[in-house]
Design a protein around this ligand. Structure first.
Ligand code: ZN
Length: 252
């Protein structure tokens, strides 16, 4: 089976320290494309450096809501010269941790959406305990956006279905293997809009999460197996559908 991991942080420890190892191990497990996701300027820069070494690694650059205070428009725009940058991300709102204040998060999110529109890039949306505000801001821009990925779907079905109308895909992480609310919610998402991702090195799926704290793209296999069972679809068939759904982000 072939996989694409549209959300991996090769640029964060411990993956960054053992980049070659985790990259090769992922390839052995059938992962043939990646989006390496920045969370601030430095990690976006590293994501670009790593992508220059590997033909099949693409990049998202941006300031994560936790790092909104560092947001710098000029620095972000300077990263967009690299042709393998296909998305602005991960961007959004996180009221669960609130590492940056709400106002600062809102401003950085909105600014980055405008840049995505101006430079014709996809967006990768991170939202945690902040659906209402995220939805409100996206409503202002979604018609002009090229589309994107709702990263790590948390179970807000109405929000997800609305984004799908604006060419978004809904990404399921390894936490679906142990989150009952999510397992129920995902049944309401049309299969042609579903994709899977890891958020490596975080969110290792069951049944290996106790043993391997460090997640990597090869573990997509476990999420796929779980989802195939949940959706009652043959594994190979589901892998093929998810692969094609994710491929759209690499085609132009
Ligand atoms: Zn992430």
């Amino acid at each position: 089976m072939k996989f694409i991991d549209p959300h991996v942080h090769f640029n964060l420890e411990p993956l960054s320290k053992n980049f070659e190892f985790y990259y090769n191990k992922s390839k052995e497990e059938g992962v043939d494309k990646f989006i390496n996701i920045g969370i601030d300027y430095e990690t976006s820069l590293l994501a670009i450096e790593q992508a220059k070494q590997k033909e099949d690694i693409y990049i998202a650059v941006g300031y994560h809501p936790h790092d909104s205070e560092k947001y710098n428009k000029d620095k972000l725009i300077s990263l967009l010269n690299e042709p393998k940058v296909i998305a602005i991300g991960e961007i959004g709102l996180d009221y669960y941790r609130n590492y940056s204040t709400k106002n600062i998060q809102l401003k950085a999110f909105e600014e980055q959406l405008k840049i995505a529109i101006e430079y014709d890039k996809y967006v990768i949306i991170h939202t945690r305990e902040a659906t209402k505000d995220t939805w409100e801001i996206l409503n202002k821009y979604k018609d002009k956006l090229k589309g994107g990925i709702l990263h790590c779907f948390a179970g807000d079905v109405d929000f997800a279905l609305d984004l799908i109308k604006s060419d978004f895909k809904v990404a399921v992480c390894g936490n679906i293997t142990y989150n009952k609310k999510l397992q129920k919610a995902v049944l309401s998402i049309p299969i042609e809009s579903l994709i899977i991702e890891t958020d490596s090195p975080f969110l290792t799926p069951e049944p290996i999460r106790k043993k391997n704290r460090v997640n990597y793209s090869g573990n997509l296999l476990y999420t796929l197996k779980f989802l195939a069972d949940l959706l009652k679809i043959e594994e190979e068939k589901l892998a093929d559908i998810l692969y094609k759904n994710t491929l759209q982000f690499f085609l132009n």
